[in-house]
Structure formats: C-alpha cells, structure tokens
Write a protein that binds this ligand. Structure first.
Ligand SMILES: [Zn+2]
Ligand SMILES: [Zn+2]
Length: 191
C-alpha cells in the first residue's frame, strides 16, 4: 500500500480536548489531500518539562517523539496543552524540524482561559489547525512567507495567527504540492 507511507499522524500528549486532534486531522486532510490518522494519545514525558522555566522544552519533546519512531507515518504532529518554549523565545505556539518528520502544537496560549468566559472550542480548533498546518509546512521544507494572510507567514502572536487565513497562499501551495508529490514518488521507489 504505497499511500500508507505518505500518511500523517496526529498524536495528543497528555490531556487534550478530544475534538482538537480530530479537527487538526480533518483540516490537514482537507487542505493537503493526504490521509491523516489520529493516534492513541501518549503521556507527556516529564523529561521534557523544564523545572527552571516551568514550561515544556520543544527540542526535548521532539527528541522524545523521535525515539518513539512511530511508523508508518511520514510526518507526525504532536499536540499538547502544556506551554512550549525554545531557548530564544519566551514561548512558542508550535515547533517543527525543518524538512524533518516531527512537529508540535501547543494549545496552552490558544485558549481563552478565564473563569467567567466560556472556553471557545471552535476558536481553539481553528487556531490549532493553523499552527499545525504552519508547522507541517516546515516539515515539507517550506520557509516563512511574506504574505501576512498565508499560513506560512511567521506568526508573532495570536493577532497574527487570527489574521492569517486557514490556508496557504498560491505560491506556498505550489511548493507544498510539489513536495508532497516528491514524497509519494520517493515512497514508491523505496517499495
Ligand atoms: Zn514557522
Ligand atoms: Zn505563502
């Protein structure tokens, strides 16, 4: 089954609203036209928690994903509700290995967390899908895009994220389609 090698997996780390990984998977499937599976959730590894910063280290979590060597998925998107950081930023909404296999989405800052405001699940689903598709773009070796409406535009915060469309610009779309076709061809050749 050649297509299996080009599948994308979405996996929740720890407690995550069940609808979120499903919605991320549906958006990836709808926009990239590839098969996406929601995997059984995994425990959040305590080794990825930084006791000094009280946040999760994106690089340690990506390393952890690598050691799990989840197959047969071509790309894996991990979703967590913990706050995520990379050393040069106070926090990140997501992280990916450029051209690699694993990416992360943190829901922590995408929620409205207030005692008197109901949490807006539809907003959370839209934002997390945008972050997931942005990070997936990096996995397919896309770089940041100048178009502020494009999903591959660097998003400095929620305002940028909310202003972007839930889609790639036509330029990034072409690049992504070529990258996907290349992956399918490579998968066929290693059969
Ligand atoms: Zn980026
Ligand atoms: Zn673009």
């Amino acid at each position: 089954m050649k297509a299996a090698k080009n599948r994308i997996g979405v996996v929740a780390f720890g407690e995550v609203p069940e609808l979120v990984p499903q919605s991320i998977a549906a958006h990836i499937q709808g926009i990239l036209h590839v098969d996406v599976d929601v995997l059984a959730s995994l425990p959040l590894p305590s080794s990825a928690f930084d006791q000094g910063r009280l946040q999760y280290s994106a690089s340690r979590l990506l390393q952890h994903l690598e050691t799990l060597s989840l197959s047969p998925w071509d790309k894996i998107v991990g979703v967590l509700d913990g706050d995520l950081f990379v050393p040069i930023f106070t926090h990140v909404l997501g992280e990916a290995q450029q051209g690699g296999k694993h990416a992360l989405v943190s829901l922590y800052r995408l929620w409205i967390r207030s005692a008197d405001a109901p949490s807006d699940l539809s907003l959370l689903m839209e934002r997390s899908a945008k972050v997931a598709l942005h990070e997936l773009g990096h996995l397919y070796n896309l770089h940041h895009c100048m178009d502020p409406r494009c999903l591959m535009h660097f998003s400095g915060g929620l305002q940028d994220l909310d202003e972007a469309f839930l889609d790639y610009c036509s330029y990034c779309r072409i690049y992504l389609r070529d990258a996907l076709l290349r992956r399918i061809k490579e998968a066929g050749e290693t059969e």
